[in-house]
Design a protein around this ligand. Structure first.
Ligand code: NDP
Length: 468
């Protein structure tokens, strides 16, 4: 695999862009490096902390800190009280991941044949920086449906295992997911040096931590079809999301004899988000995760550990704190969640439609307005693109993120106001999406130069019109 420096290329439109060239390495600034090392060292403990506080402190985030401060508890005593790795959890997790691999690799999609409007089966990804267009077997919706049908059949008829199985093994499963997360990230790291899928699409920096965390290979694959990014993000992570929530609801039923309206809201709102993801899996191939990010610890460990454990904190919280919401509160949460989802989906849909039809479509009943842009690709070729300035994309530059944040806030608000624990999600999503917005805009500014400036003049706000 070649090393790649960024080399500055002056564009026809008077701005510079950064391109990779073979043969040298890119420098990492000290700030990025510190952030990478900090995340590598703290993220696994943060996940442990949020799960452990529910197990030992009824989800109170401050209680363990108070006890540590007063000497009532020590880090060692907290650690020793936490359930450890078990072979039962290892078996459950092995069966789970293997089953998802089988569904991903061995069951070609048939749902697109009878679901109108659904784009499944073999689909093209976006062009990689080296100019490749990868093919993907889009069968996530089918995997989700089969998995959930089996879950339902087990709960209703077969009774092979209890529906609370995930909750009952939650911390032992945390160790198993960490093992897979580190194995996958380390494998992807070593693979990039020894047998990269496409050497031209590798990105090396001069720093080993940065390479490990942000990834070297763009689209690592085993064989022709096992794509690391698509599999790890979607399958063990997002298919599991709704099952984890169902397991929490089953636990509430077992412990209290009823399921709270807050738990139902969290299950329903998050299931809409998950189903939306799988319904639009082909569209996902064109998002930043697949189009721009390389596969390293950030995606590998994040998909295996961070996503299933921290995206499901609300359900976990509600097992320990069975909040029953007033009708008005529940209605407000539902409304916020649905409006957020509408803004998120419609914004993404408008851009997708606009780009697919090259602007020859109708947005909010009118022909969309746009700015014509030019940019150069890595091979020096001049290309043209369009940035829409009407519809949601004329209100702010990233209303899809705003809608996502409204939905995230709704999940948290469904848990009431007893503890800050379930609100970690909205804090995290705000940091993630604001950072992503800044990162994306930096890239777009390098790519489109003065045309991007024209766009930001026409649409001055990022997430909240008049504020940010
Ligand atoms: P976007 O779908 O917003 O894509 C950004 C790209 O769109 C830009 O790089 C640019 O690409 C193009 N673009 C920007 N402005 C315009 C415009 N006005 N008209 C046309 N094209 C434009 O970003 P993401 O891929 O990050 O997000 C996709 C969705 O996934 C979002 O809704 C986000 O909320 C969600 N998401 C959720 C996460 C979660 O953990 N829950 C994590 C990350 C994302 P180009 O170079 O082609 O011009």
């Amino acid at each position: 695999c070649y090393c790649s420096p960024y080399t500055k290329l002056r564009l026809a439109n008077g701005f510079t862009t950064e391109l990779f060239k073979k043969g040298k390495t890119r420098e990492v600034d000290w700030f990025s490096l510190s952030a990478v090392i900090l995340l590598l060292c703290t993220a696994p403990f943060l996940v442990f902390f949020f799960v452990m506080v529910c197990d030992q402190y009824q989800c109170s985030v401050s209680q363990p800190l108070v006890e540590l401060y007063s000497g009532e508890a020590t880090l060692r005593s907290i650690w020793e009280k936490a359930p450890s790795f078990t072979w039962t959890a290892a078996q459950i997790y092995t069966v789970w991941v293997s089953f998802q691999v089988v569904l991903y690799m061995c069951v070609p999609d048939i749902t697109h044949k009878f679901l109108p409007g659904y784009a499944g089966g073999v689909q093209d990804g976006a062009r990689t920086p080296a100019g490749l267009i990868n093919k993907y077997e889009i069968n996530g919706l089918q995997s989700w449906l089969i998995t959930h049908a089996l879950w339902y059949a087990n709960a209703q008829y077969f009774h092979w295992f209890s529906p609370t199985i995930i909750f009952d093994n939650w911390i032992p499963l945390l160790w198993c997911t960490n093992i897979l997360g580190y194995v996958v990230s380390t494998f992807a790291f070593v693979k990039a040096y020894l047998f990269p899928t496409n050497a031209e699409d590798c990105k090396f920096t001069g720093n080993v931590f940065y390479n490990y965390m942000m990834g070297i290979e763009f689209n690592p694959r085993i064989g022709k079809w096992f794509d690391f990014k698509l599999f790890f993000n979607g399958r063990p992570g997002i298919v599991a999301w709704t099952l984890i929530n169902l397991s929490y609801a089953a636990k509430q039923q077992e412990l209290y004899g009823y399921v709270t309206n807050s738990m139902i809201l969290v299950n329903v709102l998050q299931a809409i988000y998950v189903l939306d993801f799988f319904w639009n899996e082909a569209w996902y191939l064109k998002t930043i995760d697949i189009c721009h990010d390389h596969f390293g610890w950030y995606l590998g460990w994040g998909d295996c550990v961070w996503l299933p454990f921290l995206y499901t904190l609300q359900g976990l919280y509600l097992v320990y704190n069975p909040v029953q919401l007033s009708t008005a509160h529940a209605a407000a949460v539902l409304l916020l969640g649905l409006v957020g989802y509408y803004v998120f989906r419609s914004t993404n849909h408008q851009k997708d439609l606009f780009r697919r039809t090259e602007g020859k479509c109708s947005v909010w009943g009118k022909k969309p307005t746009f700015i014509e842009c030019a940019y150069r690709s890595g091979d020096g070729g001049l290309h043209h693109s369009k940035l829409m300035t009407s519809g949601f994309w004329g209100v702010a530059r990233h209303l899809n993120y705003t809608g996502d944040l409204m939905g995230s806030l709704a999940y948290c608000a469904a848990c009431g106001f007893g503890h800050i624990h379930p609100y970690f999600y909205i804090v995290y999503m705000t940091i993630l999406l604001v950072h992503r917005c800044v990162r994306d805009e930096h890239r777009c500014s390098s790519k489109y130069g003065k045309d991007w400036k024209r766009y930001t003049d026409a649409v001055p706000y990022r997430l909240l019109p008049g504020i940010f």
